[in-house]
Design a protein around this ligand. Structure first.
Ligand SMILES: Nc1ncnc2c1ncn2[C@@H]1O[C@H](COP(=O)(O)OP(=O)(O)OP(=O)(O)O)[C@@H](O)[C@H]1O
Ligand SMILES: N[C@@H](CCO)C(=O)O
Length: 291
């Protein structure tokens, strides 16, 4: 038996669609694996009622196949599904690390990233690695088709989750398929600024680099109360605010001492729009770990 704690993650960070991701210090999923003749899955915890235990529809079965490691897999969800905090990726990363160790497959964490990304394809239709990369490696990650890069960083964050779920599959349908050269230039500048900010653990630079006018506005339109939440967070001291992953979660970066105020302001703004929301005061964190 192996047990892994795997973190929530936030992908895109505005300017890094399908590329950037960060691990959050909490919430986390706990994944337990035990050798078995064939794979079975048991899910408990946050939003468990919305997560299929049928192996063909759960992210973790693809990993048991890829690692040739049939197992009874117990997932205790701390990361609510369809929230924008990489719920499916937390389970996939946790199962990948646990099965790799249980069956002594010897893959490095970097090598496990594309394997875990295949689990994402089961739920979103695309094997994007921007959640599984930080869930496995921790810190800030840049996932491209040429591989994944990661750096340790220390940035205060608030993740606010409205109740109304949004599925990644549906949110990918509103992403534009083309952009202008002006939009490309602006996006490159913002993404580079954000990367420098992460390298320096500088929340102000990270916040500036989160700006995005290409993907984020279309995603934001799916989230009731988004504009008000952004405005409230900024008034409370946030340096930058964006859609977390495919939403409906909203991610704010702020000075460490402003997290409580930013969290309260966002929850109140959603409530004013008739949306229940909860906020996590968190930091960039570590990747999945055996416990
Ligand atoms: N182990 C799992 N954990 C969570 N969700 C799962 C799992 N296996 C399958 N799913 C399904 O995946 C969907 C949630 O994944 P989705 O990518 O939409 O959300 P997310 O991972 O919270 O968000 P995001 O990727 O935008 O951060 C739900 O439909 C859920 O039933
Ligand atoms: N990059 C992905 C993250 C969500 O899984 C998206 O925005 O669709």
């Amino acid at each position: 038996m192996r047990t892994v704690r795997a973190p929530a993650t936030s992908a895109n960070l505005g300017s890094g669609y399908d590329t950037f991701g960060v691990a959050l210090s909490h919430p986390t999923d706990i994944v337990r694996v035990e050798r078995a003749d064939h794979t079975t899955i048991e899910v408990t915890g946050a939003g468990a009622q919305f997560i299929p235990e049928d192996p063909d529809r759960n992210t973790v079965d693809a990993l048991a196949d890829a690692l040739d490691g049939p197992a009874h897999i117990e997932i205790d969800k701390g990361v609510r599904p369809a929230s924008g905090l990489g719920s499916s990726a937390a389970s996939a990363a946790g199962a990948a690390l646990a099965l790799n160790d249980l069956y002594d497959r010897g893959y490095s964490r970097e090598e496990l990233v594309p394997i875990a990304a295949e689990g994402e394809a089961v739920v979103s239709g695309a094997a994007h690695a921007d959640n599984v990369a930080p869930a496995l490696l921790g810190g800030f990650t840049i996932a491209t088709e040429n591989g994944v890069r990661s750096i340790e960083t220390n940035v205060p964050l608030v993740a606010c989750l409205p109740e109304e779920p949004i599925s990644t599959r549906e949110a990918r349908e509103v992403v534009p398929t083309h952009l202008t050269i002006e939009e490309l230039v602006t996006t490159v500048g913002n993404a580079a600024t954000l990367s420098v900010g992460m390298c320096r653990s500088d929340p102000e630079l990270v916040g500036a680099g989160m700006a995005d006018e290409v993907v984020t506005p279309n995603r934001a339109a799916l989230i009731t109360g988004y504009e008000d939440a952004v405005e409230a967070a900024r008034e409370a001291g946030a340096h930058g605010v964006t859609v977390s992953g495919s939403g409906p979660g909203v991610l704010a970066v702020c000075p460490a001492g402003r997290r409580r105020a930013v969290a309260a302001a966002m929850v109140e703004a959603f409530a004013d729009n008739g949306e229940d929301a909860r906020a996590y005061r968190t930091w960039t964190g570590n990747g999945a770990e055996l416990v």
